[in-house]
Design a binder for this molecule. Structure first.
Ligand SMILES: *Cc1c(COP(=O)(O)O)cnc(C)c1O
Length: 239
């Protein structure tokens, strides 16, 4: 077994343990393998081990990797998720090549993604990024503004609003991680409970990375984004 296949198995086992501890069905937690800074060869190894969802932070790197993986595996259906901060001049390649965007934090970005989504592709699946712990320099809409943005995004024709995403500051302790993740869960529940038109598919809470996936699952996260735990340490910080 390759290292990546072995790591994947261990991450899936950690997810299963966290689900058991939380009294949840592991089928309710989707693993997003964050392949940023790693090459297409690493993605191919993960695909061979059964992984189908991949996350990328940098638009051009992601677009190139998607093309390389598609050429190597024609006919294999993968889901590519954009999880990096998005500038409005970079929305077009994202709308044309990705399946999901987790980092919608203002209406202008959402409008551009909807307008640029090619007609022959399914709707772009999007989550609204929430600045759940209120860091002044962090991306994400303020929690108090999340519902208004969700309502506006829900009206856009070529987007499917799927839920919320958050990247809390690193906290070493499980209890501290759980407290902030639980705030994201409450906000998610408040919006989901409205059952308004456009929110029918609001079922995704993208929460947790390698270091805090247990707390994210305990809080009710439905998608965990794991890079280091699957692919190993990243050797360069892409700008
Ligand atoms: C890089 C990244 C991850 C993965 O982080 P790890 O600690 O390597 O698991 C998850 N989410 C986002 C938004 C990231 O940028």
């Amino acid at each position: 077994m390759t290292t990546i296949a072995n790591n994947l198995q261990q991450v899936l086992a950690a997810i299963a343990r966290a689900c058991a501890a939380a009294g949840r069905d592991p089928a309710g937690v989707r693993l997003l393998a964050v392949s940023k800074t790693f090459g297409a060869d690493a993605v191919l190894q993960a695909v061979a081990a059964g992984q189908r969802d991949f996350g990328e932070n940098y638009v051009q790197e992601g677009v190139d990797k998607i093309a390389a993986v598609r050429a190597a595996l024609p006919g294999v259906v993968l889901q590519w998720h954009c999880i990096g901060p998005l500038q409005s001049n970079k929305t077009r390649p994202v709308a044309e090549h990705f399946d999901w965007v987790h980092t919608v934090d203002r209406l202008k970005i959402a409008e551009r993604l909807s307008a640029q989504r090619p007609a022959n592709l399914p709707s772009l699946q999007v989550c609204i990024q929430v600045n759940i712990d209120g860091g002044p320099t962090k991306s994400g809409v303020a929690p108090a503004d999340a519902l208004a943005l969700a309502r506006d995004v829900a009206k856009l024709p070529r987007l499917a609003l799927r839920g919320l995403m958050a990247i809390p500051d690193h906290a070493p302790q499980f209890e501290a991680q759980l407290a902030v993740h639980t705030r994201a869960r409450r906000l998610f529940d408040e919006i989901a409970a409205l059952r308004e038109p456009g929110l029918e598919a609001f079922d995704t809470l993208s929460l947790g990375m390698t270091a805090d996936l247990e707390a994210a699952i305990r809080a009710g996260g439905t998608m965990v984004r794991v890079g280091t735990g699957i692919f190993g340490g990243r050797s360069y910080p892409a700008a």
